[in-house]
Design a protein around this ligand. Structure first.
Ligand SMILES: Nc1ncnc2c1ncn2[C@@H]1O[C@H](COP(=O)(O)OP(=O)(O)O)[C@@H](O)[C@H]1O
Ligand SMILES: [Mg+2]
Length: 321
């Protein structure tokens, strides 16, 4: 099976209180995409656009309000992960802050061993420790015993995030969601954390949903990139194509703001004004219209469809022919 994850018209609406009527934040609104085996799909967008919500719904930490999620060919919509056999082994998630995902009172070795034991990986304790030591060595976390006997607070954020990746990978997942996994770390250690993820992907052919607000990190990591804005997909394409040939005005703006990606484009820097909108009871039309310098009348009245502009390159914008 090459399609590991397939998401169709996924919706996550949060009810909020507004006097006199029921309102919703449409955090994820009709999002569709798929991820092939061994591929990394980037989810790119500014803070508040719905990236983490998408990750939480896919990993079954929250339930959707509509749409379908197919994982390894099975429809897992509406099903809590506790009800899905082997789910926690097959789909893993890595969060921004590694200190939140380790028990502070447990030595690292315990935190690594417990999930393996629960999932019957390794024959006995000795064998599990051998597997852990070997993985630590290969991940260049050496000497391994130096890390294994320590507690989370005795490690740096970068070291602990690498160990959290290793803990996931020991379970040989088919799919991994990494949500802003280097955003909290010093710039100096980001590359080694990202490289470790790339190494795992090649070794295990794990598919990754790589969530980031940083376009240069997305460029480094991803095979394909999906740009979202206020709960909607604006554009999706192969990473190189998206960055060298952006079609959507929002993608163009994101690229133009990144000095690393477009230093030579200073002169034709593309600016958008206003704040990111929160999609509370969003009006008809394109969600980006209120900030788009090119918006026409139709942009305020009709929601643009996702259209394939060139093979594998999709965008939702009335201004593109
Ligand atoms: N539990 C919740 N209740 C109400 N609104 C929420 C909840 N979680 C997220 N939101 C809203 O959904 C939108 C998307 O949030 P989030 O997925 O965290 O964005 P991102 O990860 O891209 O920064 C935001 O407007 C946020 O305020
Ligand atoms: Mg987030």
């Amino acid at each position: 099976m090459t399609q590991i994850l397939e998401v169709k018209k996924l919706k996550k609406y949060y009810p909020i209180k507004k006097i006199g009527r029921r309102s919703y934040v449409k955090a994820v609104d009709n999002i569709s995409f798929s991820v092939r085996r061994g591929k990394i799909l980037g989810i790119l967008g500014e803070s508040g656009c719905g990236k983490s919500t998408l990750g939480r719904v896919i990993t079954r930490l929250e339930m959707e309000n509509g749409g379908d999620i197919f994982f390894l060919g099975n429809n897992i919509s509406g099903i809590n992960y506790r009800k899905i056999k082997d789910f926690r082994q097959k789909m893993q998630v890595i969060f921004q802050n590694p200190y939140d995902s380790f028990d502070p009172r447990r030595a690292i070795i315990k935190s690594l061993e417990i999930p393996m034991k629960l999932l019957n990986i390794g024959q006995n304790r000795r064998n599990r420790i051998e597997i852990i030591m070997d993985a630590m060595e290969r991940a260049k976390l050496t000497p391994a015993y130096d890390y294994l006997e320590r507690y989370p607070h005795e490690l740096s954020g970068g070291q602990l995030q690498r160990i959290s990746m290793l803990r996931s990978m020991l379970l040989k997942p088919n799919f991994l969601v990494a949500d802003e996994c280097v955003s909290m770390l010093d710039v100096s250690v980001r590359a080694e954390v990202l490289n470790m993820l790339l190494q795992f992907r090649s070794e295990l052919e794990t598919s990754i949903l790589f969530i980031t607000h940083d376009i240069s990190v997305a460029k480094y990591m991803c095979d394909r990139i999906m740009v979202i804005y206020a709960g909607k997909v604006m554009e999706i394409a192969d990473a190189k194509e998206l960055i060298s040939n952006p079609m959507h005005p929002y993608t163009k703006a994101l690229i133009s703001y990144s000095p690393i990606i477009s230093p030579q484009r200073e002169k034709d820097r593309f600016t958008i004004t206003g704040e990111v909108v929160t999609p509370i009871d969003p009006p008809a039309g394109c969600r980006f219209a209120s900030r788009c310098p090119f918006a026409k009348e139709i942009c305020y009245t009709e929601d643009p469809e996702m259209t394939e502009i060139s093979p594998g390159h999709f965008a939702a914008c009335h201004l593109i022919d």
